[in-house]
Design a protein around this ligand. Structure first.
Ligand code: FES
Length: 102
């Protein structure tokens, strides 16, 4: 059953940055693209490298390991070597924090 968790405070993930957070045994990558927050499973669909180690560029999340890029809106790959999407979580910003539905 889905539940909302508080992933981080707004100041924990400044614009242009990624943040890796854990909730139980779940790893989440929070992304702040110029004030718009996104959240993904923190695992690249190519070889499971943590996406939170990568970066943001032109509306995409780039994996630091082999350079695959994923669309922030859909989680779909837009650059090889990844060919499968990454799991994206719904996000809400409220009470000074970033909440993720997992
Ligand atoms: S593990 Fe991410 S591109 Fe290879």
């Amino acid at each position: 059953m889905a539940e909302w968790i508080r992933a981080c405070g707004l100041d924990d993930c400044p614009p242009g940055k990624l943040l890796g957070v854990r909730s139980g045994d779940r790893a989440i990558c929070v992304a702040n693209a110029d004030g718009v927050f996104y959240a993904f499973e923190d695992r690249c669909s190519h070889q499971e490298f943590p996406l939170s180690e990568g970066g943001l560029e032109d509306g995409t999340l780039e994996c630091a390991f082999h350079g695959a890029r994923f669309d922030l809106e859909s989680g779909r790959p837009v650059a090889l070597p990844a060919i499968r999407p990454v799991k994206k979580y719904p996000v809400e910003v409220r009470d000074g924090g970033v909440y993720v539905e997992v």
